[in-house]
Design a protein around this ligand. Structure first.
Ligand code: E4P
Length: 217
């Protein structure tokens, strides 16, 4: 499963990219606002930090203006992935961009039927929001299972990008279902490395090693 980080904070992206485990980045208008940075400028910086797809979202609601915005955004770098909302105009834009060979991430997906439409529109990624689904009394992971089943039934190439990830259990469940990608805030990705028994084990080994009085270097 590929790991994307869901943030527009440059330092956090740089830190995760240094692990060699980061496959891409997702941003959205709220994350850009939170960063306080200029959209074009910060997106260009992010694209230089990671080789993989960097999602940059259009903000227009009509097809024509979405196409114009996409034109500006895709000039930022070759690894920009245009993010469009799951609406009629968003999917029209997806279809047009995809036919042109542009990577498209269809966002704000909350049903398997919506995911089916996005795949038919040639999306590179579909972003079902599991956390927001859970928040509203639905089962986000059941949605991922349904999309996996449908995409496998028809061999759709669209990658399932599990979004709105809130905790490490979401990541585990996504991997068990066979999602292609997950995007999570930096804190959730950092939490994946941690286990209390790993810390305790290191502490014990270090204490015993000190007793030997030896050194490797
Ligand atoms: C994905 O691309 C979105 O940016 C993101 O995962 C939304 O997450 P949220 O529900 O925590 O805002």
């Amino acid at each position: 499963m590929k790991f994307f980080v869901d943030t527009a904070e440059i330092d956090a992206i740089r830190e995760l990219a240094a692990t060699g485990l980061l496959d891409g980045v997702t941003t959205n208008p709220s994350l850009i606002a939170k960063s306080g940075r200029d959209f074009m400028e910060v997106t260009a910086e992010i694209c230089k930090l990671v080789d993989g797809p960097v999602s940059a979202e259009v903000v227009a609601l009509d097809h024509e203006t979405m196409m114009k915005e996409a034109e500006v955004l895709r000039k930022i770098a070759d690894n920009v992935c245009i993010k469009v909302p799951l609406t009629v105009d968003g999917l029209k834009t997806c279809k047009a961009l995809a036919s042109d060979g542009t990577m498209v991430n269809v966002t704000l997906c909350f049903s398997a039927n919506q995911a089916l439409l996005a795949a038919k529109a040639g999306a590179s990624f579909i972003s079902p929001f599991v956390g927001r689904h859970d928040d509203n009394g639905f089962d986000g992971m059941e949605l991922i299972e349904d999309i996996r089943l449908i995409y496998d039934n028809y061999d759709f190439a669209t990658e399932i990008l599990v979004a709105s990830v809130r905790h490490t259990t979401h990541v585990l469940q996504a991997a068990k279902i066979g999602a292609d990608v997950m995007t999570a805030p930096p804190a959730v990705i950092h939490a994946l490395f941690k286990h209390v028994l790993t810390d305790k084990g290191i502490e014990g080994f270090m204490a015993d090693w000190a007793k030997t009085g030896q050194s490797i270097l």
